[in-house]
Design a protein around this ligand. Structure first.
Ligand code: AMP
Ligand code: TRP
Length: 326
């Protein structure tokens, strides 16, 4: 079975967009691949975090993923900062990565432009990500398109290291899903629904209360027309609602169009709200049970034990090849 690994940053409460676009894919992947899933807390501190918020977010994110259908029996789940080898291996890799490569990363350029007072962690972040990936000799790395460049860097670093010190790492490939639908903001349906949006009305969070969800969907921006048709260019708001309906009901777009032919916008909104509320309240009730249970700690303890052993072996192998031994 091919192996995959992905990391999730514990920042902010995930949205309906994350759920439909990423989590549902991962739930599917867990039956197709040997899966590793970790909370990338070391990555999140490249940007300042409130310590209390961060520690809450770490467990909360894990509970949310499990509530959404990630099965701890089918995934190796762990917290990055608990596996001491990730940062150590990252250092060994950093000394085989060029400053020029890192300063050219699009995400670094964007983020460092926004805040001139950035930390050096923001620059070296992709090397830590390469470490996460290369430790486990994975075949594929499921990521959003914004992370593709980082996976490509991990490949370059691995190829270079193998050439210099002998076969050490498997060369990974990014796995960019073309299936996951992009969910748009409810207020401005020309932009992606995003965790970091400044208008909360456009974004449905997984833990939003049912009445809040209904209100946001009922007041979603549409158009002055009356026809329910999938046309993202001319009817982005209606198309977004059709998309949400199709994803959550596992129907095709044209089936949804047929279902709502001759119906009013208000009826579509009501049906979408019902569907989202049904799906999210199921997730929420599992979440609130998990977050107070001991199960999470048990899962994390098992995960760290398993992955630390693999990472230790990789670290020893690298050290030996590099001459870091007695
Ligand atoms: P982010 O929240 O940007 O860190 O993204 C985490 C994952 O969720 C990535 O795989 C994204 O592609 C996916 N994702 C985020 N927002 C959306 C959205 N509005 N629609 C679909 N997928 C999304
Ligand atoms: N950098 C990724 C993000 O911001 C998270 C991440 C860290 C990751 N390490 C990884 C993703 C390894 C895939 C593989 O979303």
């Amino acid at each position: 079975m091919k192996r995959i690994l992905t990391g999730l940053q514990p920042t902010g409460i995930i949205t309906l967009g994350n759920y439909i676009g990423a989590i549902k894919q991962m739930v599917k992947y867990q039956d197709m691949y040997e899966s590793y899933l970790f909370i990338a807390d070391l990555h999140s501190i490249t940007i300042p975090q409130d310590p209390n918020e961060l520690s809450k977010n770490i467990k909360s994110l894990l509970a949310l993923y499990l509530a959404c259908g990630i099965d701890p029996k089918k995934n190796k789940i762990f917290i990055q900062s608990e596996n001491l080898y990730h940062a150590n291996i990252s250092w060994l890799l950093e000394c085989n990565t060029y400053y020029g490569e890192l300063s050219r990363m699009t995400q670094f350029k964007d983020k460092s432009r926004k805040n001139a007072n950035f930390t050096s962690g923001l620059l070296t972040y992709p090397v830590l990500m390469a470490s996460d990936i290369l430790i486990y000799d994975v075949d594929y790395v499921p990521v959003g398109i914004d992370q593709k460049q980082h996976v490509e860097l991990a490949r370059d670093i691995a190829i270079r290291f193998n050439k210099k010190f002998g076969e050490t790492f498997k060369i990974p490939e990014p796995l960019i899903s073309t299936e996951g639908t992009k969910i748009m903001d409810l207020v401005d349906p020309t932009k992606k629904m995003s965790k970091s949006s400044d208008n909360p009305k456009g974004v449905i969070r997984i833990l939003d209360e049912p009445e809040v969800i209904r209100k946001k969907i009922m007041s979603a921006t549409t158009d002055s027309d009356t026809i329910i048709k999938f046309d993202p260019i001319n009817k982005p708001g209606i198309s977004n609602l059709i998309n949400i309906y199709a994803s959550l009901s596992n129907k095709k777009i044209d089936e949804v169009e047929k279902l709502f032919v001759n119906k009013k916008y208000g009826e579509l909104k009501k049906e979408v709200a019902d569907l989202v509320i049904t799906e999210l309240t199921k997730i929420q009730s599992r979440y609130y049970e998990l977050i107070k249970s001991k199960e999470l700690d048990q899962i994390l303890d098992d995960g760290i034990k398993f992955t630390s052993e693999i990472a230790k072996k990789k670290y020893e192998l690298m050290k030996n090849k590099m001459g870091l031994h007695r």
